[in-house]
Design a protein around this ligand. Structure first.
Ligand code: PMP
Ligand code: GLN
Length: 378
């Protein structure tokens, strides 16, 4: 049998590769982005309670009504935006499924989709599978969008621009003028839609995260994606949601119902209750302490740390340590120094290598201390 791959250039993701290597070499894993501390005991108790209740069969396709309500209330509280729980909210199996589903629903063969590099790895494959053409545009040296360059690349075939703010991998967050520039771009091109990946929306530090939810112009043209995995330290639950105008949502739901139909009912029932008792606004401070601890410790290393304004990732340059490429360098960090990280080149078109690596600091203090110890010996 001759099998023609639909994704000939796609291999195993860097997160799988690095986390496996970390395990194989017993390295401290600061690569894949997940917390290594226990979840909130209130959440685990709610999960145990819900597991004994009658919530084990299919949930309604778009989500449990109580969770849809809870999400609407959260969005109104955080962003002063009223969304209709029945028509504007969809519970998904993580942000990954929200993104995949949106792209399958909205991108037609031949459509162009703008991606800003370095870009998170789950954007390109669904565009290719939909027959679309990814147009990869580099962010500027501060990891912010170059709006003139973007504007110059939008044409009548451009269907979507995928934005990610706060940004993985750089940890940079958008300024007010970025929101305004995106508003202008959207106004200049009536057929252009925005897929706004905001999974780190509650993890910002000195400056507040600016959401597409808060812009009257953007919210009517955007599919905005959130992840409970990131917000509640439960990446393995694979649950998140998207918010979209009704007209777009009708198309997105058509795909969702045949991709998953509905999402884990016990997780939904649990999160509906948890949303009533949790205050998401404390998350920034929680991670800011971890960021500060990690940065302070790394002052004694030869790595040069870039600014980190949000997310739980710290990017560093190793150019004063080595001139080897970032993939080889990160592999050697694992095998020789026992710390796993992520090379940034994998997020760029053609593997553009700028001697930058990413550390995940969503870890217990002891893990960070041990990692800092090892990294300062390099
Ligand atoms: N977008 C970005 C920028 C991410 O870092 C991640 C990883 N959490 C995702 C999407 C996927 O999120 P989820 O685990 O909820 O699918
Ligand atoms: N979002 C996580 C990261 O950036 C990875 C999740 C995954 O492995 N797909 O590290």
């Amino acid at each position: 049998m001759k099998l023609t791959s639909k994704l000939p250039h796609v291999g195993t993701t860097i997160f799988t590769v690095m986390s496996k290597m970390a395990l194989d070499y017993q390295a401290i894993n600061l690569s894949q982005g997940f917390p290594n501390f226990p979840i909130d005991s209130v959440l685990s108790e709610l999960l145990a309670k819900n597991s004994r209740e009658n919530v084990h069969q299919y949930a309604p396709m778009a989500g449990l009504p109580a969770l849809l309500e809870g999400i609407s209330e959260l969005v109104e509280k955080q962003y002063q935006r009223k969304v209709n729980p029945q028509t504007n909210v969809l519970v998904t199996a993580g942000a990954t499924q929200a993104i995949f589903t949106t792209i399958q629903a909205l991108v037609h063969p031949g459509d162009e989709v703008i991606i800003l590099d370095p870009s998170y790895d789950c954007y390109e494959a669904p565009i290719l599978l939909a027959g679309g053409r990814p147009v990869r545009i580099p962010l500027n040296e501060h990891f912010l969008p170059d709006w003139d360059f973007i504007e110059a690349n939008v044409n009548s075939k451009t269907r979507l621009i995928i934005t990610n703010n706060p940004h993985n991998p750089s940890g940079v967050i958008w300024k007010q003028n970025d929101i305004q520039s995106l508003e202008k771009t959207v106004e200049n091109h009536p057929n252009l839609l925005v897929l706004s990946d905001e999974v780190y929306e509650y993890i910002s530090f000195e400056n507040k995260h600016l959401s597409a939810h808060s812009s009257e112009i953007l919210r009517n043209k955007s599919i905005i994606v959130s992840s409970f995995g990131k917000t509640f330290h439960i990446t393995g639950w694979k649950i998140g949601y998207l918010i979209a105008p009704e007209e777009l949502m009708l198309e997105i739901k058509k795909v969702h119902q045949f991709l998953v139909f509905c999402v884990n009912s016990v997780a939904q029932a649990t999160l509906a209750e948890y949303l009533k008792v949790i205050d998401v606004s404390t998350l920034g401070k929680f991670y800011q302490e971890k960021r500060d601890f990690f940065r302070e410790g790394m002052k004694n290393s030869r790595f040069e740390l870039l600014p980190c304004e949000g997310t739980y990732f710290q990017v560093a340059s190793y150019s004063s340590i080595s001139s080897e490429n970032d993939i080889n360098f990160t592999k050697r960090l694992i095998t020789e120094f026992g710390v796993a990280t992520i090379p940034l080149s994998v997020f760029n078109e053609n593997g553009d290598d700028r001697k930058l690596i990413r550390f995940c600091f969503a870890k217990e203090t002891e893990t960070l201390t041990n990692a800092i110890d090892r990294l300062c010996k390099i």
